[in-house]
Design a protein around this ligand. Structure first.
Ligand SMILES: NC(=O)c1ccc[n+]([C@@H]2O[C@H](COP(=O)([O-])OP(=O)(O)OC[C@H]3O[C@@H](n4cnc5c(N)ncnc54)[C@H](O)[C@@H]3O)[C@@H](O)[C@H]2O)c1
Length: 386
């Protein structure tokens, strides 16, 4: 295979990032774009030299793409993904991939009987900072994670909720936990591994929404690490931050909508900088980081390479590389399920007032079908009002 044949369904704001990301690889052909609004499909097709279609069915009937980006509103992702899989093609789903674990499992079932595979856009896993952090944390070179903080403090004015579908469970599926904080949550889980228990609070302080405008969670991980997570749409100076305190130091990324290497730092714990120089983790185990030993730098500094900012281009380049070379791409439906489980548990805990264990989120769980758990809106409003 020389060029990957790609297509895009949903030609709104984010579709341009997909078209540009694919174009930047130099190894894709954009065979078609589809939108239920004809003018939007036409505009994207003209700008990127492709053919416009009215919907996914029309596109699949006319073209034979290897991979289809789904960049429609989240409520339509599952149905479109299942249609693409039924045609035997792979899918790249925008975040949030689906609105519930039930939808996620329906897409997974369609994937099992298809030749196609489902991937999810979580671009912040793919910048060079996160790639380094995951690799170094994974082999203990930065110490053992103990305490973490994950913050998505963003600002959306009241006018943001003017479109009828915004601010509703039916239209958006959930609030900033699902729609905005999910980026940092996904990165936190990618770095810290499986979570075990969540106790959460969600409140509606100001915005005209059915769900929360702020949520907060305390999380216990399988490893024994603990974290706090906050998601807000009421925070004028916007910030996206993850801080992980390990036995060896503090790893931190501080940005808003995308980071580059300069937004990451690692501050060795007092007395630990020499151990880091030797490529030993603070427990004294050899990490095998010979590059760090050779140049006398700590493993974080020694691992610096080409700066790849965390944008769509970063993930699409890796995805296209992986697909053309037959490698597995990490951000699959299976690998992103813990993120949807986390979001589900946060709502379940905030609405019921009880801690939620990941192991409890089976198909019979009341919040499996929808993030509001089928709880009447009056009860949710009560739970979310201080
Ligand atoms: N990864 C990121 O950083 C990021 C950033 C912004 C948005 N997103 C996600 O991208 C997706 C789209 O967001 P957006 O801001 O581009 O929305 P948008 O409203 O600007 O665009 C969505 C487009 O999909 C079209 N559409 C709706 N239903 C369709 C269907 N059934 N078939 C074909 N086209 C359909 C609409 O006409 C519209 O043009 C959402 O899931 C959103 O959460 C991701």
């Amino acid at each position: 295979m020389t060029n990957l044949k790609v297509a895009i369904v949903g030609c709104g704001n984010i579709s341009r990032r997909h078209a540009e990301g694919y174009a930047s690889t130099g190894r894709t052909t954009l065979v078609g774009v589809a939108d239920i609004v004809e003018a939007k499909a036409q505009a994207l097709a003209e700008k990127f030299g492709s053919t416009p279609y009215g919907d996914v069915a029309e596109l699949l009937a006319a073209q034979d793409p290897d991979l289809v980006s789904v960049a429609t509103p989240p409520g339509s992702h599952a149905e479109i993904a299942i249609a693409v899989l039924a045609a035997g093609k792979s899918v790249l789903l925008e975040k949030p991939p689906v609105l519930s674990l039930a939808e996620m499992d329906a897409v997974a079932a369609a994937e099992r009987s298809s030749e196609g595979t489902v991937y999810v856009v979580f671009q912040h896993r793919h910048g060079s900072g996160a790639v380094r952090a995951a690799e170094l944390l994974g082999r203990g070179a930065l110490g053992i994670p103990q305490v973490a903080v994950c913050e998505t403090l963003w600002f959306r004015p009241r006018g943001y909720f003017d479109p009828e579908w915004r601010g509703t469970w039916v239209g958006e599926g959930g609030g900033p936990t699902l729609g905005h904080g999910i980026h940092q949550i996904d990165l936190l889980l990618h770095l810290l591994g499986p979570w075990r228990t969540i106790s959460a609070t969600a409140v509606r302080l100001d915005r005209p929404v059915e769900f929360e405008d702020v949520s907060m969670a305390s999380v216990i991980f399988e490893s024994g690490a603990v974290a706090t997570v906050i998601n807000s749409l009421l925070s004028p100076r916007e910030l996206s931050r993850i801080r992980i305190d390990t036995t060896g130091g503090t790893l931190e990324v501080d940005h808003v909508y995308g980071y580059s290497d300069a937004d990451w730092s690692f501050s060795p714990a007092p007395g630990q900088d020499d151990a880091a120089k030797l490529g030993l983790d603070p427990g004294g185990r050899r990490t095998g980081d010979s590059a760090a030993e050779a140049i006398g730098a700590d493993p974080w500094t020694a691992s610096a390479g080409k700066d790849v900012p965390s944008n769509h281009e970063a993930q699409l380049n890796r995805l296209v590389d992986d697909l053309l070379s037959g490698d597995t791409h990490d951000t699959t439906l299976t690998n992103t399920r813990p993120t949807m489980e986390f979001v589900t548990a946060l709502y379940a805990s905030a609405i019921t007032g009880r801690p939620i264990h990941r192991a409890d989120l089976t198909a019979g769980h009341p919040f499996y079908q929808a993030l509001h758990g089928g709880v009447p809106q009056t009860k949710i409003s009560e739970a979310f009002t201080i």
